[in-house]
Write a new protein. Sequence first.
Lengths: 197, 199
Amino acid sequence: MNASVIELEGSVHQRVQKLLPWLAAGQLADTEEKLVREHVKSCQECREDLAWQRKLRTVQPVAGATPDMEGALARLLPALESRTRAGSSGWMRWALAAQLLVIAGLGAALATQQGEQYRLLGGPEFERPNMVVVFRADASERQLRGVLKANAATVVRGPTATNAWLLNVPKAGFEQALENIRASETVTMAEPLNGTP
Amino acid sequence: MLERRIATARRPRRGDAAEASELRLLALVESGDKHALAQLYRAYFPRLARFLDRMTRNAGLIEEIINDTLLVVWQKADTFNHSSRVSTWIFAIAYRKALTALRSLDEPVDADPDAIAGNDSMEPDIVLSLQQLQYNVAQALDALSHVQRTVVNLAYYHGMGYDEIAVIMDCPVNTVKTRMFTARSRLREILAGQMENVS
């Protein structure tokens, strides 16, 4: 019994030891951060280790000669060939991603949208994302759906690694939709993805 | 004094607004906007130069790797699939470009782990200036294997999570954690007694 407790504590210590650098860097997920902070409270070794790592992080290692940025950019620019908008490969990827997302959420949507007419995916209505939106962490699926419907927006992809959603909003009324979405209390950020929608 | 100067070197974390701005720039790059590419270039040049400086001291090579990286961003912006941050994607390209460049030039990517032993300037009990300490930290990092050094560099000095580093280095998350654990044990040995004046 004691042996298993010791082993368990040992494994937590080892796990925390491997996570300490990212606590020092403020890069742990909530659950891991809680685990590490709890352990550190009662572990002198980890406390000292954490303090040492925090000190090390504040010392930027001396750097060598930095190349001239503007000169380097000037040398790169001629190598950029003119391009038109991305071709079909980009479109296909967005279309597939959107289809996967919609399939995943279809069950919930069906339950609440009985009687409504569904738009087909992959048809001429499907567009590229033209707005990036971050919803509040506590926003419900219903609130999210409400914002989308009120602005005729469709989800193209999301959530991204930073919990953003890529939306397509009809070109007609884009600016008004952007203003509405920004004003929504469930939205923390909304930005157009291109200069023009 | 030393503490105050060091404290100003701390880097703020990058938030959602910065990521959204980069997503917007990338979308413009994808549509062929060279000005957007130049904006992205200027935003990433200092970070990539700092990252690559720990892999090679050749300024010309650093410039070449950064330009190759942003050329890929220009050509392949439509392949960015949003499964990671924009920064993770760009750093991953830069890391691969750097490995290819170093191998093609036959430059060593692994330092001799014992090369730093016997360096008098690394002895403890010496009152270190910030500049000397920064030099010693750089020397200590150079004593690590290149994969360990890259993990330490990305975690401590670029604020990357272990999952982001795993994407950049194309290896399992546990490998990243183990490399970091080994690296920092080695760094503590090398830098023993040198961090007392830092707060």
